[in-house]
Design a protein around this ligand. Sequence first.
Ligand code: NAP
Ligand code: 3JM
Length: 335
Amino acid sequence: MKKKEKYNVAVVGATGAVGNEMIKVLEQRKFPVDRITLLASERSDGATLRFNGKEEKVSILNKDSFQGVDIALFSAGASRSKEFAPAAVESGAVVIDNSSAFRMDPGTPLVVPEVNPGDIPKHKGIIANPNCSTIQMVVALKPLHDRARIKRIVVSTYQAVSGTGKKAIEELRRQSGNALNGEKAECLVYPHPIAFNCLPHIDVFEPNGYTKEEMKMVNETRKIMGDQSIAVAPTTVRVPVFAGHSESVSIETEEKLTADEAREILSRAPGVTVMDDPSRNIYPLPILAEGKDDVFVGRIREDISIKNGLQMWIVSDNIRKGATLNAVQIAELLI
Ligand code: NAP
Ligand code: 3JM
């Protein structure tokens, strides 16, 4: 990308849960923005959003929206990315795409800056941002993989409703009130009530019995870690939490790693905070991770069921490191 003092940046899906936070992260990290272009659907026609102290108009996304744009941050769903990202590239922008549209395309880098920043320069116009559950897991596991080679990962997720978007945040709030008042839950976003419940179902089911969200964790982990031999067995679960994804992760390694060694490696790992003192009830929690940049790791222990295994609990803010912060970090490396 041509070096400039400031860049023209477009945020596609600016009015959504991810887009809104994207604007905040650009501000907080003082990304050198010259002109900001905020794009959404016709539903947001006439809306304004504040950026760097100024009210900015939201425009309706179309194929001509990208003239003069240097970097386009897409978070408006996979079908919008498929339809409009090529037009943005055609106009000369580099696209950082938050959807699943291009992640597994062999010509598209899939990047977590702490893990594979070297893949960024290979882009041909589009760089993909991984799924939130994958990002926080690989940030914590890559340093352990480098030391002991991970052969297999078994992971169960406890994912916040904010990962589904603004309508799901509203659904949990509304259904919680309904439940406490003894009223029936109305389900508009999820197939079952999410308040006071857990749904072992994220995205659509695939013919192999896994969900698409689970298969994202399998395929994206291998691509980002650059190791097709890592076996991943995921179960992804939506829980009644507003913000912050949690993961119970068990790994089997080629070399033996003690819990102390893992704690020591992770305490020096970029983007990771170890929070692991059970004697004082200290372990990562989604309510503590909300609004923070790091991936928090705790409950690190040797797996009593196998020879070379570790178990841990990994928590991060799914809208920050899981989406917006990771995308802005990619943009920072790009410029
Ligand atoms: P959301 O709160 O529902 O927001 C959706 C955004 O997309 C809104 O700005 C919406 O505009 C816009 N949009 C929808 N249809 C559009 C259209 N036809 N043309 C233009 N804009 C349109 O959802 P979200 O949670 O922000 O997520 C948005 C997308 O980001 C997801 O679909 C997913 O692909 C991606 N995502 C990625 C991660 C990750 O892990 N990397 C995590 C969460 C989400 P209006 O307000 O005008 O409707
Ligand atoms: C997170 O267009 C869509 O159906 C988007 C669904 C979606 C995705 C996705 O597949 O891009 C919602 C929430 C993601 C994601 O990060 O994979």
